[in-house]
Design a protein around this ligand. Structure first.
Ligand code: BG6
Length: 369
């Protein structure tokens, strides 16, 4: 039940902190990750994995893209992310040391299910990250890590997305621990930061007023662009998808570095651009590069809404609006930065008088190929 909320989506966004917390619960022991359900993939198997392919559709695929960056960093295993429907029909190269990780909220998405079956037939190992107990995809997989976001009713996925990222992170951390690519100290630090995310998410939700206001004023907007870099790139894609799904507005997400290779041609006066700004503390100085992207698009008349960490003053003179998120190191930013985008999509749809729980033409779970 909606329990006093205006929509299931509003309720489910409010449950994002809990979705992360519950997905972590019972999977940390002595400060390190130990996922009991991964017992089926013993340590030797985990060490032998030489390639990971994440398959999913829609929002789940964007969670997988975030997961790719983290798993590669922590476990030093190459990770590809593939849309399930593309993977299945191009005879991908698989081996017994390939781990195919499917991500699905419903566990019933036919495209994803067919890809998992195909991977198994080809001799790859399969791990299902799924939010629905006993669904078909986990039943067809060698191992299962459930996300514990609770039932998601709104068609557009929100709390399942943050739970999916959390589950891929837990998996990546455990893999890094087992393979020795993460020292126990480094793993403990990352685990502690992951455990601090729910509280930070509660802060983000408590500060949602400004993004709600902005959405309320933008009911007539025809097109919105989203830019992000590193793990902010999939967040940009997710922000754009939500706007298409919920508000039927043309929206596109880009990797910020790609701007000069094409998308900058789209920038004209009045174009609204969301920019997910990496932390100024980022060791690869991506922050400076993204701020310079903001200057480039601003010089061409775009209206920039930046999502930036608290205390990032460098962004202030360049953006029209700054939505603040709490301090977090780079891998934990996407979990925080996506929430204002979820709120924005929902509120803009509501401002247009649309049904946010049941957008036109979409189904919660697509059980046909
Ligand atoms: C789409 C939904 O049809 O399926 C998306 O509209 C969802 O919101 C996608 O992300 C994948 O669904 P699932 O259940 O496999 O995560």
């Amino acid at each position: 039940e909606k329990g006093g909320w205006s929509s299931f989506m509003a309720k489910e966004i409010s449950e994002e902190p809990e979705a992360v917390a519950k997905t972590i619960l019972g999977r940390v022991e002595d400060g390190l990750v130990r996922i009991p359900e991964l017992a089926g993939l013993d340590d030797d198997t985990m060490r032998a994995i030489d390639r990971i392919i994440i398959i999913a559709c829609g929002t789940a695929a964007y969670a997988g893209m975030v997961g790719k960056y983290a798993i590669e960093q922590w476990a030093r295993v190459p990770v590809d992310v593939e849309l399930a429907h593309e993977f299945r029909y191009r005879e991908p190269v698989l081996s017994p040391n390939t781990l195919v990780v499917s991500i699905s909220q419903s566990g019933e998405t036919m495209d994803t299910l067919m890809a998992v079956k195909y991977a198994r037939e080809q001799g790859a190992r399969t791990l299902s990250i799924c939010n629905t107990q006993g669904a078909t995809i986990p039943r067809e997989s060698d191992a299962i890590v459930y996300t514990h976001a609770g039932p998601e009713v709104a068609v557009a996925s929100t709390k399942a997305f943050v739970a999916q990222i959390t589950a891929t992170y837990l998996f990546g951390l455990q893999l890094g621990q087992v393979r020795g690519t993460l020292t126990p100290e480094a793993a403990r630090e990352l685990v502690a930061e992951l455990q601090s995310v729910p509280e930070k998410l509660t802060d983000v939700l408590a500060n949602g007023e400004r993004i709600r206001e902005l959405a309320g004023w933008m009911a007539d907007t025809r097109s919105v662009l989203f830019l992000g870099r590193h793990v902010g790139y999939p967040v940009a894609l997710e922000g754009a998808l939500k706007l298409k799904e919920l508000a039927y507005i043309h929206a596109e997400g880009f990797a910020a570095g790609e701007l000069k290779h094409g998308p900058i041609a789209l920038i004209e006066p009045g174009q609204v651009v969301f920019v997910i700004v990496p932390s100024p503390r980022d060791e690869n100085s991506l922050h400076a590069k993204v701020v310079s992207n903001i200057q480039e698009i601003r010089a061409r008349g775009a209206r920039v809404i930046a999502i930036a960490e608290a205390g990032d003053v460098a962004v202030l003179p360049h953006a029209d609006e700054v939505i603040r998120i709490p301090l977090a190191s780079r891998f934990f930013e996407p979990l925080l930065a996506v929430v204002p985008l979820h709120i924005f999509g929902m509120e803009l749809a509501a401002a247009k008088g649309l049904d946010v729980d049941q957008p036109r033409n979409l189904a919660k779970s697509v059980t046909v190929e």
